[in-house]
Design a protein around this ligand. Sequence first.
Ligand SMILES: C[S@@+](CC[C@H](N)C(=O)[O-])C[C@H]1O[C@@H](n2cnc3c(N)ncnc32)[C@H](O)[C@@H]1O
Ligand SMILES: Nc1nc2[nH]cc(C(=O)O)c2c(=O)[nH]1
Ligand code: SF4
Ligand SMILES: [Mg+2]
Length: 223
Amino acid sequence: MSETLLVNEIFLSIQGESTYAGWPCIFTRLSGCDSSCTWCDTRYASGKEGKNMTITEIINQIESYDTPLIEITGGEPLLQENVYALMRQLCDRGHTLLLETGGFVPVDRVDPRVHKIIDLKAPSSGESEKNCLKNIEYVIASSVLQKKTFEFKLIIASRQDYEWAKNLLSSWGLTDHCTVLMGTVFGRLDPAELAKWILEDHLHVKLQLQLHKYIWNPDTRGV
Ligand SMILES: C[S@@+](CC[C@H](N)C(=O)[O-])C[C@H]1O[C@@H](n2cnc3c(N)ncnc32)[C@H](O)[C@@H]1O
Ligand SMILES: Nc1nc2[nH]cc(C(=O)O)c2c(=O)[nH]1
Ligand code: SF4
Ligand SMILES: [Mg+2]
């Protein structure tokens, strides 16, 4: 039987997050997430809504857009076993592949050619107890060889989240090992406030705002 995945949506947009923000990018959003971040903007992808597609069908649809940058996201993309084979095949075909993952599942089975964007969830998400610290150890251990293939992302809703993030950065020396992005929960924290805190504290992090929510109406789905 051919390998299938449950796909919520595949669309072409401007990458709105990560160090790749601004580039045209094809998004493949896999269905299903076993977490419930309080501020999640993609709840529609957390259940079983979607279409079962074979890896070949997914690759054919992605390649019909003729754009070199691809992101696999979700839901939580690492919950579907066949995602590993999909990522391997996309890399074999020469695409630049990004993975957006919630930070709860170990990333050590992901093909080393994939650029891994790993969220670490702050307390206001309600899910920070589930952060997989093994991922931090793994990134630190592989950073000499794979420095350019990891980044961490911290999404902040309050000063309490920010203090948590600052503490995490200093206790692991994380910014010495890879790029760390810090962003706001959209509509919950003024980006100017976060920018002020980052500058006051001389944090070596990259401020990221969700570009697509400024380009389009923030509630628009599939952009
Ligand atoms: C919807 S998640 C899907 C991938 C994966 N489950 C994860 O959490 O990274 C994609 C990204 O959107 C971010 N995100 C979700 N809701 C947000 C919001 N309201 N404001 C800012 N970022 C948000 C998440 O933190 C994550 O970095
Ligand atoms: N434009 C755009 N950029 C994104 N980067 C990460 C996204 C995601 O939902 O994972 C996302 C998204 O949903 N839209
Ligand atoms: S892990 Fe990602 S998709 Fe799941 S609830 Fe949190 S932000 Fe949403
Ligand atoms: Mg999104």
